[in-house]
Structures are given as C-alpha cells and as structure tokens.
Design a protein around this ligand. Structure first.
Ligand code: ATP
Length: 431
C-alpha cells in the first residue's frame, strides 16, 4: 500500500509526532510512505513533473548505489551488530534498506514537488518539533469538484491509494467528501483520458482516515485533540509568569485565551492556573448582571488577603443573551468598580507554538499506529474513520458522525439550547 499524509487547517503541536508515527509504522508494515506538503493545496498542485516521479529516479539510483555496500554491512551486522549502523537503517518489504533514498530531507523538498516519498530517517526526531514540518494551508480549490479531481489525479499519478488527513473539522469534512466522491472523480478522469483503464481499476477506492489536529479540543466523540494539551501547557506557563508580577504589584490581569467556540482551554487553564473567574462560551454566567457576580467574587478574594487577581476569558465567551464578553470590558469593570490596577494580556499565537508536551507526543504516536492499522484493514464498505481517544483508549469512530455531533454543539449553542450542547460536549462541561 502507498500511504500519503497531509496536515491541514490550523497547525497544532503533535502533528509532527503523528506524521512520524504514521511514516514509521507504515514502513514497518511494508507500506510505501509519502507526505503531501501544504495540506490540500499541495494535493491539488501535485508535482511539476506532471506525475513522472522525478525523485524516483534519484531514489532508484541511490538504492542501487548503496546495495553493494549494504550487502557488506548486512554481513557485518550478523557478525557483530553495530548500533550506529542499525540506527541508520530502515525496514521495508522485509528487507533492510539504507535510508536516504527519498528526496525529502530535514523538512526541505525539491521545488515544485508537493507529494514526496519519505523514509525512516526523514522523520527522525520529529516527535519533539512544534507546528507541522510538512506545512499546512487553507485551500479554496479543494472546496471545488475541479480541485478535488486535480487532487485525485495527482495521487493516482504517484500510485498512492491511501490518505491520512490530520486537521480540524473542516479538513475532515473535506476528506470525507473526497473519499465519497472518489469513484465518480476517477471515472471523469478516465473519460477525459487523463488516467488509463488499468489505473481506473487499480485505484477504484481511496482508503482514508482522519486524525484530529486542533489546539481547541473542539471535536466531539474524542476526549482530546492533538495539540490541545500543549496549548493548555503554554497557557499555564503564561499564567505562572503573570502570577509573579501580578502578586508583586497587587494587580489584576485579564487573560484572553484561544479556543474559538469551545471553552475547554479556558476552563482547564482556569483550574490549572488558579483563576479567580473564568468565562467560557458553553456556560455563560448564570447570575445577571454577571458584572456584579464577578466583582463580588473578586472582592471576596481580595478581602481575605489575595494580592493578585486572574480572570480568564475564552475568545468565544458570551453572556446568556449571546453578547460577546470581551477582555477590555472586564478590565474596565475591575478598574472602575474595584479600583484594581488591571491589565489585559492576549496570549495569541504563543499558545500554538513551541515543543509538544509529553501527551502531544504519546497521543499522536498511538493514534498514528491505529491510523495505519485502520487503512490496512479498510474495505470499500467501511466508513471513513476518525481516530480518537475515549476513556484512555484509542478509538475509531465514523468521521462524519463526529463532525455532525460537533456541528450540532455549535448549532445548539447559537440557539441558546445550552443544556443540549453540554450533553453533547461531554462530562467535563456538566455542572
Ligand atoms: P481549524 O480547526 O484549525 O480551523 P479546519 O480543518 O477546521 O482546522 P478549515 O479552514 O475549516 O480548517 O479547513 C481546512 C481546509 O479543508 C480548507 O481550506 C479546505 O481546503 C478544506 N475543506 C474544509 N471544508 C471543506 C468542505 N466542506 N469541502 C471540501 N474541502 C473542505
């Protein structure tokens, strides 16, 4: 099987660990592994050489070159295992092959090539790298049938028959559409004589799985998304930093954190960072006017001797009337009513960046292994799976069930049906 991996939508820590795990697990299971740079944009653009594998020639020659040397080394290995040498070898097709056969090295690729074969060494050490080294993008063309037809053609030209998409609900919706449209897309390509009958037959179905990469932890049917634990860690570090200066000057700080319509980051940061008050979209303040409730609570904390005040506000926070609650407004309330020297800190993209925490290495690694297994056992009848985690177990759930449940939460919240939304989101948001 030839498997390609792409990352799409907003970047999140742990995406590299997922790519690494999928590449390594795929190689161990005898698959040929490819990456697609720049998300769906790379899939639509494909390779400048029109699908002729320019890099393959390089690969083949490199393999031939090392073959003789390798035979020698194998003898050495049987006599006296050389740890350094083993470190530089990868297992493929039941054979020990020397790595360095791909043209993708250290995050750089040949210009004009978006779909690139990779080997074991190409992803070495990626578990500790932030962001996504293979690039991500938002791609308008993939939203059109023409764009998806171009993407299908580019995959077929490289002989790729399976795809792993790591991204948010938009990316996964696009992935599901791509897979369900696949038979008619390739029929069209055949009618236009862009692929041969043999290619039509060989690529009758696309195998596809999704992994959820999102710092917001905003996908239903999985307890944790790739990147959310690291973003939470970044926020906690920021709160720790702010705490010391807030304490010194006896100040109040209002921290705005990411999460879009999901309050998970804000809520967990509030617990982990000892916030005095936290605003999240899912549970607007019950006491109205909420300004009174907040001031009373903070006044109570100050009255027992607390020298610092931390208020966390999720970017999607709103009141019961669905009016946004803004950090600057909270600052004005604390300044005017309580006389606190108050500052606003918007953490912004620092929440996205940096090295993944341990969980954002472990989770994508386990999920990457599951993704390869899901592809290897996929049939035309199996649904497109999303790999998730529930109650500490790696799970496969039908991708569109999860996307639909996620959208239902957003819809319910906009309809002010908060209780229903809470039920769908999971136990951590229950009273
Ligand atoms: P994030 O949560 O970080 O925003 P996301 O995956 O939800 O991630 P989107 O911008 O919604 O981000 O989607 C990323 C890309 O996925 C889009 O630019 C587009 O190429 C593709 N995509 C999204 N929705 C669809 C769709 N309905 N049909 C086809 N492609 C889609």
């Amino acid at each position: 099987m030839k498997i390609a991996i792409l990352t799409s939508g907003g970047d999140s820590a742990g995406m590299n660990a997922a790519v690494r795990a999928i590449v390594k697990c795929g190689i161990l299971k005898g698959c040929e592994m490819w990456i697609v740079r720049e998300g769906y944009e790379g899939l639509v653009r494909g390779n400048d050489d029109g699908g002729e594998k320019a890099g393959q020639k390089v690969n083949d020659e490199a393999e031939k070159l090392v073959e003789a040397e390798l035979r020698e080394k194998r003898n050495e290995i049987t006599q006296e295992p050389d740890k350094n040498l083993l470190h530089n070898l990868r297992f493929g097709d039941g054979e020990l092959l020397r790595d360095g056969t791909s043209e993708y090295v250290g995050g750089r690729t040949l210009k004009g090539r978006y779909i690139v074969r990779v080997g074991w060494d190409d992803v070495r050490g990626w578990f500790s790298e932030g962001g996504t080294l293979i690039g991500t993008a938002r791609c308008a063309a993939f939203r059109t049938r023409e764009g998806r037809a171009a993407a299908a053609l580019n995959l077929i030209k490289e002989g790729i028959d399976a795809l792993v998409v790591c991204g948010g609900d938009g990316s996964l919706t696009g992935a599901d559409l791509f897979r369900s449209e696949w038979p008619s897309l390739i029929q069209d390509l055949h009618s236009q004589k862009l692929i041969t009958s043999a290619q039509l037959e060989a690529h009758a179905h696309l195998k596809l799985v999704g992994l959820v990469g999102s710092i917001d932890n905003d996908m239903s049917m999985t307890d944790m998304t790739i990147g959310a634990p690291t973003a939470l860690q970044r926020i906690c570090e920021a709160i720790d930093n702010i705490n010391s200066t807030a304490y010194s000057h006896s100040r109040a700080f209002v921290l705005e954190v990411m999460g879009r319509d999901c309050g998970w980051l804000a809520l967990m940061a509030g617990i982990a960072g000892g916030a005095d008050f936290t605003f999240i979209p899912e549970k607007p303040p019950t006491t109205m006017p909420w300004e009174d409730a907040m001031c009373a609570e903070i006044h109570r904390h100050r009255a027992v001797g607390k020298r610092k005040t931390i208020v966390i506000v999720a970017e999607g926070a709103r009141d019961r009337e669905l009016n946004p609650i803004r950090a600057e407004y909270i600052k004005d309330i604390l300044t005017d009513r309580l006389g606190l020297d108050t500052r606003v800190t918007t953490l912004g993209h620092t929440q996205r960046g940096g090295r993944p925490c341990a969980l954002d290495r472990i989770l994508p690694t386990l999920q990457g292994v599951e993704a390869v297994d899901a592809l290897l056992s996929a049939t035309p009848e199996t649904p497109t799976y999303m790999i998730g985690v529930q109650e500490n177990k790696i799970t496969r759930v039908p991708l569109m069930d999860a996307v639909k449940a996620t959208r239902a939460v957003g819809q319910a919240m906009n309809d002010k049906e908060f209780e229903k939304a809470l039920d769908l989101r999971g136990p951590e948001f229950m009273e």
